[in-house]
Ligand binder design. Structure first.
Ligand SMILES: C[S@@+](CC[C@H](N)C(=O)[O-])C[C@H]1O[C@@H](n2cnc3c(N)ncnc32)[C@H](O)[C@@H]1O
Length: 207
């Protein structure tokens, strides 16, 4: 099954609040936005944003340039409906991040639980290049993955687990500076625990 078919099926079969990764409030991401020095004028993209509530936080806080990208149109339809009229202030892109032709650059790239599904080294390199090209110079990426002691599978797919140091090395220590990191124990809707790491990385000029 290809990636799009897989994710359309997942988002069709389950209500957003029943998905294991469902989070009422994106607390760590919001803290990292502050650490990154994001302003309401900073263009922000949530990659693989799915049905996540980060977009609600951004729009209600007054962020003026918000994009949510996901391979699943079903997921983005949920988010659009939840936001109602406010959804008109968001750019919605249905695409695989690896293939997406992004229409602009961003000061903030957020990805929670998307990069860790890339088990193929070639796809990870494509993602790292896409991320680098999409960020403004000095822009920041907030990337949350399963931590080294987190699960090795999610929604029937294998995942790669990272420490902040390993994630930094994977994305390119010559291209990004690791500014900050945090751990989070996520409680799933059924009460299970999943350990995540969040890394805040800043784009460097290539020497
Ligand atoms: C585990 S969910 C996380 C969703 C959201 N980031 C959150 O924290 O609630 C992974 C999301 O990424 C999307 N996705 C997976 N691979 C993708 C890709 N290569 N490009 C774009 N979206 C992708 C899926 O449709 C799904 O919505």
């Amino acid at each position: 099954m290809n990636r799009k078919t897989h994710w359309e099926r997942i988002h069709t079969e389950k209500e957003p609040q029943d998905l294991t990764w469902h989070q009422e409030s994106p607390t760590v991401a919001v803290q990292m936005l502050e650490s990154a020095g994001a302003t309401l004028q900073s263009p922000v993209i949530d990659v693989g944003g799915g049905t996540a509530r980060l977009v609600d936080h951004l729009v209600t806080s007054g962020y003026e340039d918000v994009t949510v990208l996901d391979v699943s149109s079903v997921a983005l339809d949920y988010s659009r409906k939840r936001l109602g009229r406010a959804s008109e202030r968001v750019q919605w892109i249905v695409a695989d991040v690896l293939d997406a032709e992004l229409p602009q650059t961003y000061e903030i790239w957020h990805d929670r639980a998307v990069f860790h599904f890339l088990t193929d080294p070639g796809e990870r390199r494509r993602y790292a290049n896409k991320l680098y090209d999409a960020l403004t110079l000095g822009g920041h990426a907030i990337i949350a993955t399963f931590a080294e002691d987190g699960p090795d599978r999610c929604s029937g797919l294998p995942c790669v687990r990272y420490s902040p140091k390993a994630l930094h090395a994977e994305l390119g220590a010559d291209k990004f500076r690791l500014v900050d990191s945090a751990r989070e124990t996520h409680t799933t809707p059924r009460g299970g625990e999943q350990r995540f790491q969040y890394s805040l990385l800043q784009k460097l000029p290539i020497a």
